[in-house]
Design a protein around this ligand. Structure first.
Ligand code: AMP
Length: 192
């Protein structure tokens, strides 16, 4: 059973890799950023509450995120496995996820960290041209990442769950490193 958490700064390329790998394995790619952008576009209650935080490059408050993830991981299609992209983003969210997974009798196989230097991230994000990717917002998103999300690297590596991948390579090179890494894990091998 493939259940993976993709960790990394904004612009680290985890979304691109998650999407391709999820398609290959035939499992859902759960991107909390995509779900939130959909909610904003559809002007749902969640979207209206989340929009100002997203526009400023801040994290959406945990309470909204926890409800969203609980709902998503309770759906039928996630029974075959999943790739979580963009969640957890705080130690509080990671602890919540531990509890939730225990409650729904699931466990995460690996946490993949995409490691990219800040200079590369800024260049990539500016090039991406998304509405929440203006210069000031990008810098804030990176500051928020270092302050609130980067501690998850130690959180998961202390538990022996973390695999770090050099995310400064090309999309193709990262993809092949990722597949090699996963291929050498017997747990993933037996599931695929
Ligand atoms: P992303 O596409 O993952 O970069 O997410 C875009 C924006 O959605 C972020 O800048 C946050 O404002 C919000 N967001 C996505 N995932 C989370 C999360 N796990 N916790 C809090 N905010 C989130």
């Amino acid at each position: 059973m493939t259940r993976l958490i993709f960790l990394g700064a904004p612009g680290a390329g985890k979304g691109t890799q998650a999407q391709a790998l999820a398609q290959e394995y035939g499992i859902p790619h759960i991107s909390t950023g995509d779900i939130l952008r959909g909610a904003v576009a559809n002007k749902t209650e969640l979207g209206l509450k989340a929009k100002s935080y997203m526009d400023a490059g801040e994290l959406v408050p945990d309470q909204l995120m926890l409800d969203l993830v609980r709902d998503r991981l309770s759906s039928e299609d996630v029974k075959a496995g999943w790739i979580l992209d963009g969640f957890p983003r705080t130690v509080g969210q990671a602890k919540f996820l531990d509890m939730l997974l225990e409650e729904i009798h699931q466990s995460c196989s690996h946490v993949i960290n995409f490691d990219v230097p800040d200079e590369d991230l800024v260049a990539r994000l500016l090039g991406r041209g998304r509405v929440d990717d203006t210069d000031a917002v990008i810098r804030n998103r990176l500051a928020v990442y270092h302050e609130q999300t980067a501690p998850l690297i130690d959180f998961y590596s202390d538990r022996g769950q973390l695999i770090s991948i050099d995310g400064s390579q090309s999309v193709e090179a990262i993809g092949s490193t990722l597949r090699q890494t996963l291929g050498s894990s017997s747990e993933i091998k037996s599931a695929s």
